[in-house]
Design a protein around this ligand. Sequence first.
Ligand SMILES: NC(=O)c1ccc[n+]([C@@H]2O[C@H](COP(=O)([O-])OP(=O)(O)OC[C@H]3O[C@@H](n4cnc5c(N)ncnc54)[C@H](OP(=O)(O)O)[C@@H]3O)[C@@H](O)[C@H]2O)c1
Length: 304
Amino acid sequence: MQIGILGVGAIGQLLAQQLAAAGLEPWLLPRANTPPLAEQGEEQVYTLELGDQSLQTSFLCLAQDSSKLKQLDLLLVTVKAYQVEAALEPLLPKLHPDCRILLLHNGLGPHQSLAAKLNGRPLSLGTTSQAALKLSSNHIRQTGRGLTQIGDLSGAPTPEAMKTALLNAIPGSQWSDAILEALWQKLAVNAVINPLTAIHRVNNGALAAPEFEGTICAILDELLQVAKQEGIALTFDALHARVKEVIRLTAANYSSMYQDLKHGRKTEIDYINGYLQQRAEQYGLTLPINSELVAQIKALEPRN
Ligand SMILES: NC(=O)c1ccc[n+]([C@@H]2O[C@H](COP(=O)([O-])OP(=O)(O)OC[C@H]3O[C@@H](n4cnc5c(N)ncnc54)[C@H](OP(=O)(O)O)[C@@H]3O)[C@@H](O)[C@H]2O)c1
């Protein structure tokens, strides 16, 4: 089984190292290199820091027009949500028609905008609560462990051997037969924690203060209105309990949206609260709280 990784950033490198440690030898597809990579690809060394250990692994890096792309059985896409379409679309004609795509970004949306372009190609989705920090282009530090959930969305189901290989390689991973529900649960957590921590410039734990309770409930109420229209079975009590639990368990952490704004980067808001807003419009619903959060985050994003 040959796996490729598109999006050789923090999470892409972490997964590459975990797959390599399990003997799966993934190929990496970095952004266009200068000078260009040789047709057969080139070995490059990547470093993973984990605690006080430093692990160096050599990976075959392929140019994005390499004929070897046709040999891939699975392409993990680990770019940011707003990069998925631009990164993946040019590659689709170069992949074998049976090559499975697994999207592993935060938020939701690209699976719908890509659907028509996949021509029946198998699509899986996933979410991870592992965490990593990119120190340089070939060097990351793992900063957190956590659950990774993967499941099939459309097309042929993932072969058992591929499923087993992925779950054995990725620590804390599990298969989800209802991946959209799992992703909506994660969306709820992100829709609360990301914008509120970024706007108020606080760590996750600060959201346990009573002053945030009304806003948290309103965000979840609006999300549930959209989820109901989408046929996603979620309950307020379960979501609310999950959000409160994540706030408690990650109290000292600063969310990715907080960090993106702090470092002057674009955020994934369009694929979190913005995704809810966009789906709500399809059903003639308005989401005042989520829309307000989107507007506030956009006002804080860098202009380019
Ligand atoms: N980092 C974490 O701890 C973490 C944890 C959980 C979930 N996530 C989610 O995982 C996703 C990836 O996050 P990340 O932190 O790994 O981001 P990242 O470090 O920015 O990695 C994304 C990588 O994709 C590359 N890329 C972008 N467009 C590309 C293209 N057209 N062709 C080839 N490569 C392209 C980027 O290259 P450039 O740098 O050159 O743009 C970058 O190396 C996000 O949705 C994030 O929310 C991250």
